[in-house]
Design a protein around this ligand. Structure first.
Ligand SMILES: Nc1ncnc2c1ncn2[C@@H]1O[C@H](COP(=O)(O)OP(=O)(O)OP(=O)(O)O)[C@@H](O)[C@H]1O
Length: 693
């Protein structure tokens, strides 16, 4: 028997087989779904009925416990249109007890969360549990003891189809999953969805990679990098819940629209506590009101700036010229200048932060005083040492020798004072480079300075030299190819004791400092040992469209493997010379799903006006589509990471011309050409870039 799909005629999908009888497999599966829902309800009621009055001694404990209960009840909610399970595994033998989440049987339903019956036996196994892995990894070649893998198709919250693969049956031929195809081709509207039911084997490997190791994923447009990164966080939170609850997790994306687009995925997987931020959010020590030209931004983002900052900071440490004299009662205790210098040199040699060393110095000097007191026959205790450390003489010495430094002030001086910069950049930055980073108008104060985004990263680096930045347990860094070396360092210091998942595509790098190669980027992150994986199967872009966009690859990222679309639906692709984008939008809105009109940033206001004049409702730039308003206008600079069922790409030549150089322009165009799921119309009046011919 070969792989087969069985549909219920009530489903809105094409049917392969006749309707199911009341005792047929579909009815039995529906019965299991109903029983699982009832079991989940019972689990929720159990938690709701907990009486905490006996166990909470005070109101603080009671409040904490109540909050925990509230969270647990929320986590146990049964979302009516989200399937409770999406797959079933029938093993040939019962898996080992340690793999089975306490189950005795050999049949498992795989779903978004664990559900058990009144006896504690599992009705649904969490997709992240070890036993569920076979659902994603078993193949005909390596069936992993799976006799039958069943995938379920849903309409709303109801099972309407299933598809079987008898993996251990040598007579059955391999076919691609129809349900997977349907899932990939389902129209998109609104924010990104999870892919938990259809994670592919090569994606699953990355999702389940251990917490200790860092992973870097290079993948062309639509290969599922973002999806994989988000599911990886959910997996790690399941496998290392306590540790990550303590240390924290963070997802970094390129901008607000992108974060908004992905924000529903983790909550849908039951994970509510993952912070999402842009790199700019992480380094928001100063208010960013200024911008840099490309030359200045490239130098400010260069890793050499870290050395300039280090030098400038440590130049504040000077050797004492005077002894320290501490007066206690009638006695004076003297520590010679050369001895203080020795203490300072010792601290400089140690690998501790500037601020920590500054805090240690008074105690070191006080200790030297104590040794003298002991030698003179006194018996001072710790309190005396503390008092000496806090004495005016010691304080004055530390202030002179190892002064407090404010990180923003330090950067402000470097960018405002040519001599100060030259003093610390000599041999690191050329004169032109120094000129490029200096502000045209020196700033008077931290508050009034017109800080740029790159300046804020410098302040973050300086802040970390002074005081260690706390490290998180795991960081997912999406669209990483656009980060500067200094931004990589800023991310790297937020996971020094944790691990990172780096996601990106070298061909989509559109910043002047875009990543040239992953090993270099990983070195800036401080994760040289990370494994580099490549994803090449494309889930988003139709074959003809990706083939067209891939013509740009030799010009923008030679050597990268073109994406191979696994979509069966060919979609459609049209290039309309002298075509009108507004008419194209109107045409596409007659179909199901979202429509994005992507254009060069400068052309956006004009197109917005034309749409309004034509009476076509549309959303503000970058806004998420809804069922009511399915058309959104997307400036080329915001298109990265987003997708729409249909895209109208206006004037490719203008997209290229909108960037400072041709390669960046072509990369931007590559991003814009690869946003469509079902169809793309390119409209142009000007000639198309020759690289597309
Ligand atoms: N295994 C899968 N099953 C179903 N859909 C998938 C799968 N993997 C990815 N997708 C879908 O393909 C689309 C593209 O995925 P995603 O945005 O993660 O790609 P990406 O590699 O980050 O793309 P880009 O480089 O353009 O940002 C999304 O709609 C995602 O849900």
């Amino acid at each position: 028997m070969s792989t087969s799909v069985h549909d219920d005629p009530r489903s809105d999908s094409p049917s392969d087989s006749p309707s199911d009888s009341p005792s047929g497999p579909l009815s039995r599966e529906r019965a299991h779904l109903a029983a699982s829902r009832a079991a989940l309800r019972a689990m929720r009621e159990d938690v709701q009925s907990l009486d905490i009055s006996d166990v909470t001694a005070n109101w603080v404990n009671a409040a904490v416990l109540e909050k925990q209960i509230e969270d647990r009840v929320k986590a146990l909610a049964d979302l009516s249109d989200t399937p409770l399970f999406f797959g079933r595994l029938d093993f040939l033998h019962a898996p080992g007890a340690e793999r089975a989440e306490g189950a005795e049987g050999e049949r498992f339903y795989v779903g978004r969360r664990h559900v058990h019956d009144a006896d504690g036996d599992p009705m649904v196994i969490d997709w992240r549990a070890p036993v569920s892995q076979a659902f994603y990894q078993a193949t005909r070649k390596d069936p992993k003891d799976v006799a039958l893998r069943r995938r379920f198709g849903y309409t709303g919250g109801d099972i309407t189809a299933y598809e079987d693969e008898r993996l251990s049956d040598p007579a059955e031929e391999a076919t691609t999953s129809r349900l997977l195809q349907r899932e990939i081709e389902r129209p998109r509207v609104g924010p990104m969805r999870d892919i938990v039911a259809t994670i592919q084997p090569e994606q699953d490997e990355i999702v389940r990679a251990g917490l200790a190791g860092s992973v870097c994923v290079q993948g062309g447009p639509g290969t599922g990098k973002t999806a994989v990164g988000l599911h990886r966080v959910a997996y790690l939170l399941y496998a290392h819940r306590e540790r990550l609850a303590r240390t924290g997790t963070l997802v970094i994306g390129p901008n607000r629209s992108f974060l908004h687009y992905i924000e529903q995925v983790l909550p849908a997987l039951g994970e509510l506590a993952v912070r999402q931020a842009t790199v700019d959010d992480l380094v928001a020590h100063v208010e960013v009101r200024g911008t840099d030209d490309a030359t200045a931004a490239v130098v400010k983002g260069d890793a050499r700036m870290a050395q300039v900052l280090r030098r400038a900071l440590y130049a504040h440490v000077t050797m004492p010229a005077e002894p320290v004299v501490v007066v206690r009662g009638s006695r004076r205790w003297r520590v010679a200048a050369y001895e203080v210098e020795e203490l300072v040199r010792e601290l400089l040699d140690r690998d501790i932060r500037y601020g920590a060393a500054r805090e240690a110095l008074p105690q070191r000097i006080a200790h030297a005083v104590l040794v003298r007191m002991e030698r003179a026959g006194e018996a001072p205790d710790d309190r005396v040492q503390d008092a000496v450390a806090r004495s005016a003489a010691v304080k004055a010495c530390v202030k002179a020798v190892w002064p407090a430094v404010d990180p923003a002030r330090l950067v402000l001086r470097l960018l405002s004072e040519p001599e100060f910069l030259a003093g610390h950049a000599a041999g690191l930055l050329t004169e032109e480079e120094q000129k490029a980073v200096l502000w045209a108008k020196p700033a008077r104060s931290v508050r009034t300075a017109r800080w740029s985004a790159a300046d804020a990263v410098l302040v973050d680096e300086a802040a970390d030299l002074i005081e260690r930045t706390p490290s998180l347990g795991h960081v997912v860094l999406d669209e990483a190819q656009d980060l500067s070396p200094m931004q990589y360092r800023a991310v790297g210091r937020r996971c020094t004791t944790g691990s990172v998942t780096v996601l990106g595509d070298l061909a989509q790098g559109t910043t002047p400092w875009a990543t040239r190669g992953w090993p270099e980027a990983l070195a800036h992150l401080g994760k040289e040992g990370a494994v580099i994986e490549e994803l090449t199967a494309g889930f988003r872009v139709p074959t003809d469209v990706i083939a067209y966009a891939s013509r740009l690859l030799p010009h923008i990222a030679p050597g990268l493997t073109p994406v191979r679309s696994i979509r069966e639906n060919p979609g459609f692709f049209e290039i309309r010379a002298a075509g009108d984008p507004v008419t194209a939008c109107a045409e596409l809105l007659r179909r199901e799903g979202s429509v994005g009109l992507i254009c060069a940033d400068a052309r956006l206001p004009g197109l917005a006006r034309e749409l309004t004049e034509a009476g076509i409702g549309h959303l503000a730039p970058g806004a998420e589509t809804t069922r009511e308003v399915r058309l959104t206008l997307v400036p080329a600079s915001l298109a990265k990471g987003l997708e729409y069922d249909y895209v109208v790409l206006d004037e490719p030549g203008a997209v290229v011309a909108g960037e400072p150089d041709e390669r960046t322009g072509l990369r931007r165009l590559y991003v814009c050409l690869t946003r469509a799921v079902s169809g793309l119309i390119v409209t142009h009046g000007e000639p198309l870039p020759v690289q597309l011919s």
